[in-house]
Design a protein around this ligand. Structure first.
Ligand code: ASP
Ligand code: MG
Length: 445
């Protein structure tokens, strides 16, 4: 079995949804299809939620009417038979009843907000399944809320997901296509929750890992992972092969094509992940697996913004053991992940991307350390590849290229496939462009 995930733009227009159906049915293997909400729906639902939180019911109801009209127009173009059209209308009217009912809650809390945003995937999967049924395909819909679960730290409960999913799939072996929702899940209270923005990729990987699928395919509308951010630099090219480690670093450090946690479950079970382009289905895309490397020393670059650097000096100076532990205990206490770390004998510098608890962290660190002023608006540039310690030159080539850019931190050597550099965000575009021109050759691309 393969797991194929389609994002919002792939199902955002009726003709696109039809071509997804053609893709899925043309391929002979059995598939589990994970869908996102139609493009724009998640944002629209979040906007409705904002209006309801602000008690602006007129605005919320206006937005709901607009969204309902959008779905009805979609429906009229998607289905071809009177029965199909009717089926689609029933789905839309029943889900918009749920939405209208949620909009009456006072106060409108986070619980209702999550139920509201889940409607995007609930609608897209029902419409897609109904369309395949209209076309006479062998299709069944399973509900992510019946098996996708997270714990109190918002981490997926992989073993439970595996058991529940397998038992749901028992008895559905005769269906060629199984459809389910990306993104949505249940939390430990049993309430509806989600895997954060872009989480459908993660759903696909959790399912692919749980079933030890043959392959996980993430279908988008670009031709795979690029060697650099195509929105920033002029010349980029798709990278054909990545290892799990490289892909995980790139996704975490800003490559927008994949949700940052996507690689973890796939890697755990050794399931290859292939990034494919719905606009060019024959193109090879990017294959990510344990041993598919691009064969180049430097494979790709990604960048992550909104980083804060914290500079911490020990007040006890030399030979102060236990200092680093005390520092990290504080980040641990506030559940704030640290991305980059550099140290000297008496100082530690770290970066974080979640500054929610920055004030409290600063306060606690100040009790045993001297802090410099934090650097905000920083960007981590992450260069990935296969750097072997006995091969010299990678760090030199990177820093040589950046000779005119002020570099705040450098992290090299923790793994053989990542060099991270911290720069001020105002220097990011220039740094990415210079690295691009200096680290890659374009002739064969
Ligand atoms: N619909 C959700 C979002 O827009 C999940 C996804 O698309 O992956 O973030
Ligand atoms: Mg996405």
């Amino acid at each position: 079995m393969q797991v194929w995930k389609f994002g919002g733009t792939s199902v955002g227009k009726p003709e696109r949804m039809k071509s997804i159906r053609d893709l899925v049915t043309a391929d002979p293997g059995r598939k589990l299809v994970v869908l996102s909400a139609l493009s724009g729906s998640t944002n629209a639902l979040l906007e409705i939620g904002e209006a309801l939180k602000a008690k602006d019911h007129t605005r919320a109801n206006g937005l709901i009417d607009e969204l309902r009209a959008h779905y009805h127009a979609f429906n009229e173009e998607l289905f071809e038979t009177p029965e199909g059209l009717d089926h689609g209308r029933q789905i839309i009217s029943s889900e918009f009843n749920v939405i209208a009912n949620l909009a009456t809650y006072q106060p409108f809390t986070a619980k209702q907000d999550k139920e509201l945003v889940a409607e995007g995937e609930i609608l897209s999967t029902q419409l897609f399944t109904a369309y395949l049924m209209e076309r006479g395909d062998s299709v069944t819909l399973i509900h992510a809320l019946d098996f996708m679960k997270i714990d109190a730290d918002a981490e997926p409960l992989f073993n439970e997901i595996e058991t529940d999913l397998k038992s749901i799939l028992e008895g559905r072996e005769n269906y060629q296509i199984v459809v389910t929702q990306g993104f949505i899940c249940r939390n430990p209270e049993g309430n509806i929750d989600n895997l954060k923005r872009g989480g459908s990729d993660y759903t696909a990987s959790l399912i692919g890992g749980a079933l030890t699928a043959e392959e996980i395919q993430i279908w988008t509308d670009i031709d795979g992972m690029h060697n650099n951010d195509p929105r920033v630099v002029k010349r980029t090219f798709p990278v054909r092969y990545l290892t799990f480690e490289e892909a995980a670093e790139l996704a975490y450090f800003g490559a927008k094509i994949l949700h940052p946690s996507t690689i973890t479950p796939a890697k755990l079970r050794g399931v290859p992940v292939r990034l494919k382009n719905t606009m060019e289905p024959e193109a090879p895309g990017t294959l990510i697996s344990a041993n598919t490397s691009a064969g180049a020393e430097i494979t790709a670059i990604a960048a992550k913004d909104n980083i804060t650097a914290i500079y911490i000096h020990s007040t006890r100076m030399l030979n102060a053991y236990g200092f680093v532990k005390r520092v990290f205990d504080i980040f641990d206490k506030y559940k704030t992940p640290v991305d980059m770390i550099t140290t000297s004998e008496v100082s530690v510098a770290v970066t974080i991307d979640n500054s929610e608890h920055l004030e409290a962290i600063t306060e606690e660190l100040s009790q045993f350390a001297d802090l410099e002023e934090h650097d905000r608006n920083q960007t981590i540039i992450c260069v990935v590849g296969q750097f072997f310690a006995d091969k010299s030159g990678v760090a030199f080539r990177i820093l040589e290229a950046l000779r005119d850019i002020p570099v705040r931190m450098i992290s090299y050597g923790a793994s053989e496939h990542n060099v991270s550099i911290l720069v001020d965000t105002k220097d990011k575009n220039q740094a990415l462009e210079i690295l691009n021109e200096n680290l890659f050759t374009f002739e064969n691309q």
